[in-house]
Structure formats: C-alpha cells, structure tokens
Design a protein around this ligand. Structure first.
Ligand code: XIL
Length: 350
C-alpha cells in the first residue's frame, strides 16, 4: 500500500508531525517529504527497474528524496561488460528519469575491487596497459554523464580495516599510486565534477579512518583534486556511539572537503539470528538513526554537508537480506512503505 500524497493537507501534516515520537518505539506516522526537513540533500540507492517501472517505488522515492545513487547500474560490470564495450542504456534511463524528477545524481563507482566484469580478472598487460585501461574507463564514463552527474565516488573501499591498502586488480596492475592516478584522470575528464573517496568503517577513529585522512592530505599536497569523502555508514543497532561518529566526522571535515554519508543503513539483526525479533529492535534502530543525523549536523560544517544517502528505499529493497543471507529491516520504511520508528528517529536528529 502506498500513500496518496495528494490527499495530505497542511492540518494533517501538522498532526502527523507532532505525533512523531521517536523516543518511544511507538508508531511513527510521519508522512511529509523527508528531503524538505533537512538543510542538505537526502538520497537513496536505487534499483533501475523498480525506479522506472514500479509506480509505488517511483512515487515514494521521488516524494521523499532529492538525491539518488544508482545501487549497481554504474559499476564496471554493468557499464563495461565487454572490453571496450560500454553499455549505458540502464544507467542512462535511471539518470534521465532522476533528473526529470529534480533529483541530484551521485555517481557510484568508478574504481573498485568488486563487481568488476569477468574479463578484467584475466586482463594481462604491463603497468602502462593497466593505466591506459583505467584511464579509458574513467574518461568514457565520466564524459558520457558530464553535465548530468556532477559527483563521483572515484575510488571505493581501497583500504583494509587495519589501514593497509587492499589488494585489488587495479593495485596489482598499476601499483600503489593507482588511487591518485584515478583522481587525476577523473579531474581531467570533467574538471567540474566533484570527486569523492568512499569507504566503510570510518566511524571510529580507526586505522582505516587515519589511512583515508592521510590519502586525502597526500592528494591535497600533490595538488590532485579531491572534493569529498564518503562515509558509507553500514552500521547496526550496537553502535558506534555518537561521540565516535562525531570524532570521525570532525576529523575528516577538518580537511575542508565535502562529507557524504553515502550508504546509510542500520541493521537490526547484525548477528544473523535465524528467528530474530526484528521489530523488538526498532526502538534501538531509531536511536542510532537519530544519533547519525545529530552527529552529522553538529560535526560537519553546513557548507561541507554534501548530504546523507540511504542504501535502499524501503526494507523490501535492502541489499542486506540477500547479500548476507539473513532476515533484516535496516531502512526507514517497512516493506509496505509504512514509516518505522527509524524514520521519526532520523527526523528527530536532523
Ligand atoms: C551492494 C549492492 O547494494 C548490492 O545490490 C550488490 O549485490 C552488492 O553491492 N558497499 C558499496 C556498495 O560500496 O556498492 C555495495 O552495494 C554495498 C557495500
């Protein structure tokens, strides 16, 4: 069931707004457009087919969000499935529809160790051949979307949790400087694009967080453009705590870059229990969403708030159940697009 947004009157909005009580895990009935509540853009990761062809999905997402990230459609396995054979049809349809709906489109992702086409793992060549290959991919994709996609996760997840560089096909082929080369090529391809480094587990002042700080400083010192850091934010009801989130956000903000919470979801079944009490954890989940929103506001200066993007639209679309093979409900709305306490918790933190 989907709301008939046209029937929402100002008075009912007022009643709904005042009835939003996130501290209790009671019913959350907030129905205003979510993006209108935040001073920064709010986005979601979209499935192309659902966004194009499922009217409920399309209406709900375009009502609540003013930013969008393709969940998979811009990843290399979809964009360059055959060597030199670029396939833009799916991504184009998502991007064009999103722009018609007035959304900002964030590009995810150019260089990553996952979701690469099979041919990439058998590609053989010397360092220069790998550099040429990376440059061709980055150039072709960025230039294709130039003027439509203004920001990109240029490199995704390049570090291990201990701060070491992850072993990837790109690092093996090119060497440790593949990251700076990727940013350089991206900037050359579209000097107006905003270029992000994106990773997970950056919350605590972790070794990985320090490695990302060092990378950004290194790029800045060498004059290689980088405009932002993406904190993915796949977290769960156990935390991290608000102060830990704030410290990491403050430290990265000190670089003067844009800060994007780029893939937010809060698992209610992190241990993968076979018969979990998902709803029993909705209150805790609301509290974590509240903390993240509050930390973002208090720790990231207004002009560096690129926005917050949720990794999926409603619980039925989350990647977690299928990817980790467990029941879960990590997003703001349930499978029927009914608001969860999480939605009110998030609203309360903004
Ligand atoms: C996930 C997608 O949501 C899934 O549909 C896909 O099967 C695997 O990738 N970090 C990222 C995202 O940067 O691209 C991942 O997205 C989730 C983790």
């Amino acid at each position: 069931m989907l709301f008939d947004y046209s029937k929402i009157t100002t008075i009912s909005l007022l009643i709904l707004f005042t009835s939003c009580q996130p501290e209790t895990a009671g019913p959350c009935t907030f129905e205003q457009a979510l993006h209108g509540q935040a001073p920064y853009p709010l986005g979601f990761a979209a499935d192309v087919a659902a966004f194009r062809f499922d009217p409920d999905y399309q209406n709900h997402s375009s009502f609540h969000f003013n930013s969008i990230t393709a969940e998979n459609a811009l990843k290399m396995e979809h964009i360059q499935p055959a060597r030199g054979g670029f396939e833009f049809v799916q991504a184009d349809s998502l991007v064009n529809l999103a722009l018609r709906k007035g959304m900002r489109v964030h590009g995810h992702t150019l260089i990553w160790h996952n979701q690469n086409p099979p041919w990439l793992s058998t590609f053989s060549g010397d360092r220069q051949a790998w550099i040429d290959l990376m440059k061709e991919h980055i150039n072709t994709v960025i230039q294709h979307f130039s003027g439509r996609i203004h920001s990109w996760d240029v490199v995704n997840e390049a570090f291990e949790d201990n701060g070491d560089l992850r072993e990837t096909v790109w690092r093996n082929g090119i060497g440790d400087d593949y990251i700076e080369l990727a940013f350089q090529f991206a900037a050359e391809a579209d000097p107006d694009a905003m270029l992000f480094y994106n990773d997970y587990n950056l919350w605590r002042k972790s070794a990985k967080c320090r490695a990302v700080l060092a990378l950004a400083e290194h790029l800045q010192k060498k004059g290689i453009p980088i405009q932002g850091i993406g904190f993915q934010g796949h977290i769960d009801i156990r935390g991290p705590g608000q102060r830990e989130i704030e410290l990491a956000l403050e430290e990265l903000s000190a670089l003067g870059l844009q800060v994007h919470i780029s893939e937010l979801d809060v698992s209610v079944n992190p241990l993968g229990k076979a018969s979990p009490d998902l709803e029993g954890n909705f209150g805790k989940q609301a509290e974590v969403y509240r903390m993240v929103a509050e930390a973002y506001t208090s720790s990231v200066p207004a002009d560096q708030q690129f926005g917050i993007t949720f990794w999926g639209l409603a619980d039925a679309h989350s990647w977690i159940p299928s990817f980790f093979n467990r029941a879960d409900a990590p997003l703001l709305w349930d499978a029927n697009y009914m608001p969860k306490p999480a939605l009110c918790g998030f609203m309360d933190g903004i």
